[in-house]
Design a protein around this ligand. Structure first.
Ligand code: ACO
Length: 405
């Protein structure tokens, strides 16, 4: 076999592929994605089936372990989710020291990074499920508590602690919305909708945040710090931050007398940095399969909760206009996962500035599985270190201070 790496190493040639349009960074057995046909499978299972039939925690298990859990395995995993849900009280004091209105994403990345100080990683052999260490289970459980606390901090309300009687999704909703003297009643439609959204975000192969997790992890950094870096990458409006940007854009169009053409033309104008958030994808050149499911779920949830949201009408109309517009057709720009998700989040009471945090909760199993897969791939274990093509000065004589202009 030809060892391409050693051939390239000393050849002096560099592959320049800005944005990594066609550069594979690893091999992976977690997620299969066909962007031409709009197919997405986790560990060989179609996301349509998983979203329809599973609990989020079951899909997290599948992504991390490689196989769907049997009944006992799932029960044990759920017990661990309940067991690890609390945060160290000293960590909870940190929430008091963020400024009012601190961004929940910045709180999330900071707090996840600092878990390392409170819950040092367990040894590799402490792996009760196979591929799911105690550290992994802890992180999966605690991120939910951190996310809900960051919201409560953001709005200045007292924290609501996890309740061991509730399942993963219910517990999160309760920590978010329960208030003193105003008990929160968890509607099954709300819990089901959130469960579906989390499943649909659970992994998406080598996207920006996942590649960040792998790259940072390749330097030997601990899991919490690698995930914290991934959370920061996700924050960007071209990535996970797009779900928040979509809602803000729909509100803008609504407030501007539904002047669709103005925003469509603005998005097409190359002198303007404005883009239609929620459209386009690096890999999908057709409808994002997740967006398809989320669009259907949107109708179901709003119907079940009897909510009339004008933003859903705006979104449907915008999608229709974009579908018939040559600019978007030529560039294969279809709705992506972020386009309809915000309308569901809004319907179930999640505030806009928490949308990207919700994405992070869903994506966590994927980040951890990818990080673990990288660590286990001993044959290719080396630090990620891209090359560059230098375009600066050639060597020139040093200029002493008194001669500098
Ligand atoms: N609105 C208007 N034009 C767009 C859009 C858009 N949403 N998306 C892409 N284009 C145009 C670009 O201007 C470019 O046009 P050109 O060829 O005339 O220069 C062409 O389509 C290709 O776009 P690129 O930016 O080169 O595509 P890339 O693969 O690098 O970017 C991305 C993909 C970042 C998702 C882009 O489509 C975008 O910015 N979309 C809006 C933000 C968004 O929804 N992000 C979420 C993505 S999904 C996720 O990360 C969870």
């Amino acid at each position: 076999a030809i060892d391409i790496r050693s051939l390239l190493k000393d050849s002096g040639y560099i592959t320049l592929d800005s944005g990594y349009m066609n550069t594979g960074s690893c091999t992976s057995a977690i997620t299969y994605l066909d962007g031409g046909q709009g197919i997405l499978n986790y560990r060989g299972y179609a996301i349509e089936d998983l979203a329809e039939n599973c609990q989020f925690i079951e899909v997290a298990y599948l992504i991390l372990n490689g196989e769907l859990p049997n009944y006992e395995q799932l029960e044990q995993f759920k017990r661990d989710m309940r067991r690890f849900a609390l945060l160290h009280e000293d960590m909870i004091h940190f929430f008091d020291h963020f400024p009012p209105n601190a961004s929940p994403m910045s709180i999330l990345s900071t707090m996840v990074g600092t878990l390392h100080n409170f819950y040092p990683e367990m040894d590799d052999e402490d792996d009760p499920y196979g591929g799911i260490t105690v550290t992994t289970a802890r992180l999966l459980s605690k991120i939910r508590t951190i996310a809900a606390f960051s919201y409560k901090k953001n709005i200045g309300h007292p924290l609501v602690y996890p309740n061991a009687k509730l399942n993963y999704v219910q517990n999160f909703l309760n920590m978010m919305f329960d208030r003193p003297n105003m008990p929160y009643v968890i509607k099954p439609e709300v819990a089901m909708a959130l469960n579906k959204l989390l499943i649909l975000h659970a992994d998406h192969e080598q996207n920006c945040s996942t590649s960040t997790v792998r790259l940072v992890g390749s330097a030997g950094v601990n899991l919490y710090a690698s995930i914290s870096a991934g959370i920061n990458a996700l924050w960007g409006p071209l990535h996970g931050g797009a779900n928040q940007a979509v809602l803000e854009m729909l509100e803008l169009i609504y407030a501007d007398d539904c002047n669709f053409e103005k925003y469509i033309e603005k998005a097409k104008n190359k002198q303007d940095s404005f883009r239609l958030s929620g459209f386009g994808h690096r890999v999908y050149k057709t409808f994002d399969p997740r967006a398809k499911i989320i669009k259907e779920a949107c109708h179901e949830v709003l119907g079940a909760l009897d909510i009339q949201d004008p933003l859903l009408d705006i979104a449907l109309e915008l999608e229709e206009r974009v579908r018939n517009d040559a600019y978007f057709q030529e560039r294969n720009l279809y709705p992506n996962v972020d386009f309809y998700s915000g309308i569901i989040y809004r319907a179930i009471g999640i505030p806009t500035n928490m949308f990207t945090v919700m994405f992070a909760l869903g994506r966590l199993p994927g980040w951890i599985a990818q990080w673990t897969e990288m660590k286990e791939d001993k044959a290719n274990a080396r630090i990620g270190r891209p090359r560059q093509v230098y375009t600066g000065h050639t060597l020139r004589p040093f200029v002493p201070m008194h001669e500098r202009k």
